[in-house]
Design a protein around this ligand. Structure first.
Ligand SMILES: C[S@@+](CC[C@H](N)C(=O)[O-])C[C@H]1O[C@@H](n2cnc3c(N)ncnc32)[C@H](O)[C@@H]1O
Length: 416
């Protein structure tokens, strides 16, 4: 049911005028975010979506549309709706949608505190993105609970909020600026005064000091980071309270590498003891060690749960697809009338490229590097057999590809 948007509450109006003055982000180039691939995101929950329905996506707090435009361009068969309270940002998003000729995307002005006026597709939204938004609302948990109500039963919510531990330094700068700024200034005046202070403090200080980091930011990022009128950040207990208090269940991180101790703590008794802790305690310990600035996770209805794959003996019949969050690089040397593959590397999300280990996994990576159709496990196993590997080695190769997240298993419904 469509209702007229209600008049926003005072705090919401303050946030709204803040973004009208400085629409976020400063650059409006499309952005590939962790979790951008709809079918991979949906493959993580045990419940699949209804067959024959168009994929429905909501970007809750889409800003200038940098994530929305990417999602709509990469999924022409999905319908993408972006909502935000900032008309200036929405206008930019509209222009970008029109410039790219995206007929599957549109935006709507709407207050996420109430969702009044939201046109909910029958069956709900399959994927809801909300990146850097709910922590700016007066009642983040209440707003998240409203988003849960419009999430399809097998749907996935992709959320990013600020992390407490990773932003301690940012908070220190923000608190210092707040203490020095005269009360009652407009946001434009605050920015000017804060810029002046930051420039002075950045001079002559050590490299990579927080004042220099602040000095190098564009206006939209500067105000968003240091002068925001409404912001909550979350540690692990707070984050789980937020998700569960909204009636959702945490599924996993969008960027699991940020929550891994590999490369940060040598294997040994300390690492073993952290890894043996119950989930939340383990994550709290890692949070102290790695201090992520943002917490980015997939969340689902509690009736949904993390999907488990069938055992390897059934992988011949299982549906797989290459993970679009992975970028392959094949090192090919051209010889006299022949060429030689010297290495196959992959880069996952924002990580640096890594060479695949020589052998069956490299061969599989080489096959995958040109694979844009979903495939049955049998097809890859047979291709590896042609390359000289036996069934057991091929299954081991598949296991490694899954472990490295180079492939995922879409729900069968995606073929309909
Ligand atoms: C930091 S920006 C993030 C924008 C976008 N998600 C991105 O990552 O580029 C936060 C956005 O939330 C929007 N926002 C804040 N409060 C809102 C509310 N009550 N209803 C709708 N949008 C809101 C702001 O207008 C702003 O565009």
């Amino acid at each position: 049911m469509t209702q007229a948007p209600a008049v926003p509450a005072r705090c919401t109006r303050e946030v709204q005028s803040f973004y009208e003055a400085y629409p976020y982000p400063s650059e409006r180039s499309p952005m590939l975010r962790s979790g951008f691939c709809l079918r991979r995101v949906l493959s993580m929950g045990s419940l699949s979506r209804e067959p024959g329905r168009t994929l429905q996506v909501l970007d809750a707090g889409c800003g200038r549309g940098v994530g929305l435009v990417t999602c709509a361009s990469l999924h022409p068969d999905a319908t993408v709706l972006g909502v935000d309270i900032c008309e200036r940002s929405l206008q930019d998003a509209r222009e970008e949608i029109a410039r790219r000729g995206l007929s599957n995307a549109r935006v709507q002005a709407l207050d996420l505190s109430t969702l009044a006026g939201l046109e909910v597709p029958a069956g709900g939204f399959d994927v809801i993105y909300s990146s850097g938004v709910v922590h700016h609302l007066e009642d983040p948990m209440g707003a998240l609970a409203k988003l849960r109500e419009v999430l399809a039963p097998g749907g996935v919510l992709v959320i990013m909020v600020y992390g407490t531990i990773g932003r301690l330094e940012i908070k220190r700068v923000a608190r210092t600026l707040k203490a020095w700024l005269a009360p009652g200034l407009t946001i434009e005046e605050k920015l000017e005064a804060a810029r002046f202070l930051v420039q002075g403090l950045a001079k002559g200080d050590a490299d990579e000091c927080p004042w220099q980091a602040a000095a190098s930011l564009a206006d939209a990022e500067f105000v968003d980071r240091y002068l925001h009128p409404q912001e909550t950040d979350y540690d692990i207990p707070g984050f789980f309270d937020l998700i569960e208090g909204a009636g959702l269940a945490w599924l996993q991180w969008c960027n699991p590498e940020a929550w891994s101790l590999a490369g940060h703590l040598e294997s040994g008794p300390l690492r073993d003891s952290i890894e043996a802790l119950p989930l939340r305690e383990r994550l709290s310990a890692i949070e102290q060690i790695r201090a992520p600035k943002n917490l980015q996770a997939f969340a689902v209805h509690p009736e949904n749960s993390a999907r488990t794959l069938p055992p390897p003996k059934q992988w011949r019949e299982t549906l797989f697809a290459a993970n679009p969050e992975v970028h392959f690089a094949v090192g090919r040397r051209n010889l006299w009338r022949s060429s030689r593959i010297e290495n196959v590397a992959f880069a996952k999300r924002a990580a640096e490229p890594v060479d695949l280990e020589a052998g069956c996994t490299t061969e599989a990576g080489l096959i995958l590097s040109t694979q844009n159709e979903p495939f049955r496990g049998a097809a890859l196993i047979e291709a590896l057999k042609v390359a000289g590997y036996d069934e057991a080695q091929a299954l081991e190769g598949l296991r490694e590809l899954l472990r490295l997240e180079l492939i995922y298993s879409p729900h069968e419904v995606e073929l309909t």
